[in-house]
Write a protein that binds this ligand. Structure first.
Ligand SMILES: Nc1ncnc2c1ncn2[C@@H]1O[C@H](COP(=O)(O)OP(=O)(O)OP(=O)(O)O)[C@@H](O)[C@H]1O
Ligand SMILES: [Mg+2]
Length: 282
């Protein structure tokens, strides 16, 4: 007896196609003609579906794994760089007795520590977003934006911050996620500004539209090359050498918006400025 096995798709009486497994054994006589055949046809549609699901889960897992690899690599780099720079600053501080010099080293050390703090905050924001469900609360948008701007006020001191809401907007949303988004966009607008110009500004505006709220953050900072507009939302992508960050900020913004059911887009001209616009369900 010779075994055989085929998977095939057949149209059922209901007019839909399903997968079947046709298997069994056959025997040929001395002339090579079919003598005996024993077999069965089994509906394997469910199994096929499960296989396809496993396949797509595997692709997803491979993506997560690849992200994790890059993450560990960059994380160790981003933690080590400010640490070794701190160590260097301590070493030269030990060698000087000049109090002004010492003060400037201390300022630089503070900067290194802030960089590390920022990175740790990003990692926490990222993991919180993937782990936790949305927590919806009635949120006053202007109040929330003012809070975020206030938090960064000692940093953005030289930049004029404008908040223009045409109407009072109260929306049902996840306020801590919205804060993460606004925080990242605002600190970018500040970090990549042109502070040598007459009127450096960052302007917030927002309006309601159908079932969503559209929020805009515009700056007249350095702007972004068109080639990079698609890439800046990628994990660890930095579009300028000026960046001391990890390139995680906009990736977190994108992931967070995905969780909230929102979208973001960018218009930007190098040397003129950038506008980040995002919409969230309200
Ligand atoms: N408002 C902006 N103006 C000009 N360039 C920007 C602006 N926002 C982002 N970019 C560019 O996009 C890149 C990616 O931004 P992202 O926030 O993801 O990373 P980062 O600011 O470099 O680091 P991190 O946010 O992790 O500290 C930045 O390196 C910068 O080059
Ligand atoms: Mg950033």
């Amino acid at each position: 007896l010779m075994p055989y096995q085929n998977e095939l798709r057949m149209k059922t009486k209901q007019g839909v196609y399903r997968w079947f497994l046709d298997s069994g054994s056959f025997k040929l006589d001395e002339h090579g003609n079919l003598a005996t055949l024993v077999g069965s046809i089994v509906d394997i549609e469910e199994r096929k579906r499960a296989e396809e699901e496993i396949l797509s889960k595997n692709i997803q897992l491979a993506k997560t794994n690849e992200e994790l690899d890059r993450f560990v690599y960059s994380a160790s780099h981003d933690m080590r760089a400010p640490l070794s720079s701190l160590l260097g600053l301590i070493n030269i501080s030990e060698k000087t007795t000049n109090i002004d010099e010492l003060h400037s080293y201390l300022q630089m050390m503070k900067g290194r520590i802030r960089t590390m703090e920022g990175f740790i905050r990003e990692v926490t924001d990222y993991s919180r977003n993937t782990r936790l469900d949305l927590t919806l609360e009635e949120t006053d948008l202007e109040e929330l934006i003012r809070g975020v701007a206030q938090n960064l006020a000692d940093m953005t001191g030289r930049v004029r911050i404008e908040i223009n809401l045409t109407e009072k907007i109260v929306l049902l949303t996840d306020p801590s996620r919205l804060k993460v988004i606004l925080n990242n966009l605002l600190s970018n607008s500040y970090k990549y500004h042109r502070l040598d110009q007459a009127d450096p500004f960052i302007a917030f505006s927002a309006h309601k539209s159908n079932n969503s709220v559209v929020i805009k953050i515009a700056d007249n900072g350095s702007g972004i090359e068109p080639d990079y507009h698609n890439k800046i939302f990628d994990m660890f992508f930095r579009a300028s050498t000026k960046s001391e960050g990890s390139g995680l900020g906009l990736y977190i913004v994108k992931e967070t918006l995905q969780k909230m059911g929102g979208t973001i887009w960018i218009e930007s001209t190098p040397g003129e400025g950038s506008v980040f616009t995002f919409a969230i369900p309200a």
